[in-house]
Design a protein around this ligand. Structure first.
Ligand code: CP
Length: 308
């Protein structure tokens, strides 16, 4: 079995464990390729991919573009901020116009949860979700699990605490699905106002005390406070958040074990993570970014195999 069960990557929720393992194994092969002096392979030479971004991005957008170029695909980039979306063109019209220029696959980031799912039902191309609002960010979760496996040997049996703004996070939901399918135990931790009411129904542990979460886990995946998605105040001030939930060297030194620190980026330095932790030997944040290219190469390569 060397094919995904789906022709789109819309979320982790709909992937099987076999799909996820296939992506991680394929990514391991591509990681070896991109560490060679010649980093390029001809796998997607006849494929054209559009990166369609309706929301800001640094890591995901560059990582997909590099992954596409390393696979020898032709690449076009679309940013809604300087496009005819500003003149009122719909999402489906925009993407169908791009596809009519013989584009095969669409990587899309959008602020509306479900936008990639809607698109997959209304256009004829492989759709890859690069983050849809507060819903899912599947390639981030895949690269996070790849990075945990690389660092600790396996994901199964590991204890992963996801700490911070769970309520507004697409990374949290995709990570919960991915880690559970791979056999990890998952805890979420944050102020009660930043934890969705339904969260315990997903089978995760819930902890309000960050010290207890850090003492429990093997890996802490620390999330950004997403002020741009917050319409009301969920905590009194960033200073207060940092005092109660910020992770610093002193907190880590009080643990009776070493833990791995992850963050999907961008980091609010001094809020959820101090610089002396973000840049420390505990942190694998830049390894996560590096692994993102290999994981996205795997996703694109495997989805291209579902065409036709
Ligand atoms: N991790 C992540 O999605 O970062 P960007 O928003 O920069 O793509």
């Amino acid at each position: 079995m060397s094919q995904l069960s789906t022709k789109h990557l819309l979320g982790i929720k709909n992937l099987t464990e076999t799909d996820i393992q296939l992506i991680l194994d394929t990514a391991a092969n591509f990681k070896e390729v991109i560490n060679r002096p010649i980093k390029k392979v001809p796998s997607l030479r006849d494929i054209t991919i559009a990166n369609v971004f309706f929301e800001n991005s640094t890591r995901t957008r560059l990582s997909f573009e590099l992954a596409e170029k390393r696979l020898s695909a032709d690449v076009v980039n679309f940013s809604s901020s300087n496009s005819s979306v500003k003149k009122g063109e719909t999402l489906v019209d925009t993407v169908n116009n791009i596809l009519s220029m013989k584009v095969d696959m669409v990587v899309m980031r959008h602020s509306s949860p479900g936008a990639p799912h809607f698109l997959s039902r209304n256009v004829d191309a492989n759709i890859i979700n690069a983050g849809d609002g507060t819903h899912e960010h599947p390639t981030q979760a895949l690269l996070d699990s790849f990075s945990i496996k690389e660092k600790l040997g396996d994901v199964a049996g590991k204890k992963v605490a996801i700490i911070g703004d769970i309520l507004h996070s697409r990374v949290a939901l995709s990570n919960i699905f991915c880690l559970q399918k791979l056999g990890a135990e998952v805890m979420v931790c944050g102020p009660i106002t930043l934890l969705p009411k339904y969260i315990a129904s997903l089978g995760v542990k819930v902890e309000l005390d960050v010290k207890k979460a850090l003492q429990w886990c093997d890996v802490a995946n620390v999330l950004r406070i997403q002020l741009e998605r917050q319409q009301i105040k969920y905590f009194p001030s960033l200073r207060e958040y940092s005092l109660y939930y910020g992770i610093n060297k002193k907190l880590l030194s009080e643990l009776d074990k070493e833990i791995v620190i992850m963050h999907p980026g961008p980091i609010n330095r001094g809020v959820e993570l101090s610089s002396d932790v973000a840049d420390s030997e505990h942190s694998i944040i830049l390894e996560q970014v590096q692994n993102g290219v290999a994981v996205r190469m795997a996703v694109l390569y495997l989805l291209a195999g579902t065409k036709g």
